[in-house]
Design a binder for this molecule. Structure first.
Ligand code: PGA
Ligand code: ZN
Length: 429
């Protein structure tokens, strides 16, 4: 037994300088777990609600003191005495206490903080690394990282419509070798941007470069150039992934690309995506269409799912009911997994299990607003999800997670597994 003795919360800052919730859970045996909650910018409409104070006098309304008191005044008395080793009982209690699918009453940011901090306390009580506590002896697969190189959309200040152009390592036999290739591509991209006169100092929310480009397609061209400048064969040794984050420029009639000033119907936009997948070495497309465009998503999936990974982020928001609908209707072939989109660790594990049962790929993901919390690294190894998306190889809120994975890889030694390009086997793009 590792009973919860005390739960404390506080307001700290995230990587955008916004207040966020931090929770400490102390167990009767003295073990402590801490979780610091991340925050999205291009959030899905059906995500767990991020409770903010909306008091203009404090942090321009961004304060989270209500969520902090949700933890201390409402949740703490209810969970004190619960065995932290029984995660599903704890999360069941949190879900019942809130009573809404979107965690509106307590705030998703309060709930997820308690859920994760308790799990980390339980791992400490069991004297196990978090990945081992969550995943047991079988937890030994390092995820393939897809790394942000160019940022746009909400994360880049409107420089281009698409949110992320990412590099995917294909030749690397290990996680650490993958990081080395990706770091070379990141550095090469700076040279490419400088040579074209579009480099500008500073990085975007997820640490990528945010150049002003004349078109969204130019992002794919730059990616190929950077991969080759890094000495890698584009498509064979490293490939491209894109997070279109299309919900951000979707409207009732279709999709408006501001950079090119064109409006397209869903079908026209699908045809563009198809053309790009044919023209460039793209192995993964995330949120190629908007979160409400289920009809378009079905069509997109029918046309492209044999050729590349199609990840649903905003459309599924890490919720089993929404992924279930996607599976039923033939929407996407992969799911993005962010614990704070759904609210508890138990619900996150359920989504991963559902994806696995139906042959959907899973990508564990950070948020654009992050913290020094590195638990998603452990979550990826624990669940053998196969892929992770953390942002660029800059900014410490990203690096803390990449570096954690490097340490886990070393700790596992010969037992470490890494699938690399095998993850994308079967796609014909
Ligand atoms: P967000 O971006 O954290 O701003 O939602 C990440 C993503 O869209 O994958
Ligand atoms: Zn996304």
């Amino acid at each position: 037994m590792a009973r919860i003795q005390h739960v404390q919360a506080r307001q700290v800052l995230d990587s955008r300088g916004n207040p966020t919730v931090e929770v400490d859970v102390l167990l009767q045996d003295g073990a402590v777990g801490r979780a610091t909650v991340p925050s999205g910018a291009s959030t899905g409409k059906k995500e767990a609600v991020e409770m903010r104070d909306h008091d203009p006098a404090e942090y321009l309304g961004r304060g989270v003191t209500q969520a902090v008191s949700s933890v201390e005044q409402i949740i703490a008395p209810e969970v004190t005495g619960i065995d932290a080793l029984d995660q599903s009982a704890l999360d069941g209690k949190l879900i019942a206490l809130d009573g809404t699918p979107e965690k509106k009453r307590l705030g998703g940011n309060a709930v997820v903080g308690v859920s994760l901090a308790a799990a980390k306390a339980a791992a400490a009580s069991a004297c196990l690394p978090f990945y081992r506590y969550l995943g047991g002896l079988g937890a030994r697969e390092l995820p393939v990282p897809m790394v942000n190189i160019l940022s746009g959309g909400m994360h880049g200040g409107g420089n281009m419509d698409f949110q992320d152009f990412l590099a995917v390592p294909l030749r690397a036999p290990s996680f650490s070798a993958a990081i080395a290739d990706l770091a070379s591509i990141f550095t090469a991209m700076k040279q490419v941007l400088q040579s074209r006169g579009v480099y500008r100092a500073g990085v975007a929310d997820e640490g990528g470069y945010a150049p002003e480009l004349e078109s969204n397609e130019a992002g794919f061209e730059l990616m190929v150039e950077a991969i080759e400048r890094a000495g890698l064969k584009a498509g064979k040794e490293a490939a491209i992934a894109v997070d279109v984050a299309a919900s951000q420029f979707a409207n009732r009639r279709g999709y408006h690309l501001a950079v090119e000033d064109v409006s397209l119907t869903s079908l026209e936009f699908i045809e563009r995506l198809e053309k790009w997948v044919s023209r460039y070495p793209i192995v993964s497309v995330e949120d190629g269409l908007g979160e409400e465009d289920w009809v378009g998503w079905k069509d997109l999936t029918a046309r492209l799912s044999v050729r590349c990974q199609l990840i649903g982020d905003d459309i599924f928001v890490t919720r089993a009911d929404r992924l279930q609908r996607g599976i039923r209707e033939g929407v996407a072939n992969a799911v993005l997994v962010k614990t704070n989109q759904v609210g508890t660790l138990t619900e996150t594990l359920a989504v991963l299990a559902l994806a696995r049962r139906h042959g959907y790929h899973a990508v564990i993901s950070a948020r654009s607003g992050e913290t020094e919390d590195d638990s998603i690294a452990d979550l990826a190894v624990a669940t053998g999800a196969g892929q992770i998306k953390i942002g660029a190889l800059t900014r410490s809120e990203r690096l803390v997670k990449y570096n954690r994975l490097l340490r886990i890889e070393q700790q596992l030694g010969d037992r470490a597994q890494y699938r690399g390009a095998e993850v994308f086997e079967g796609f014909t793009a």
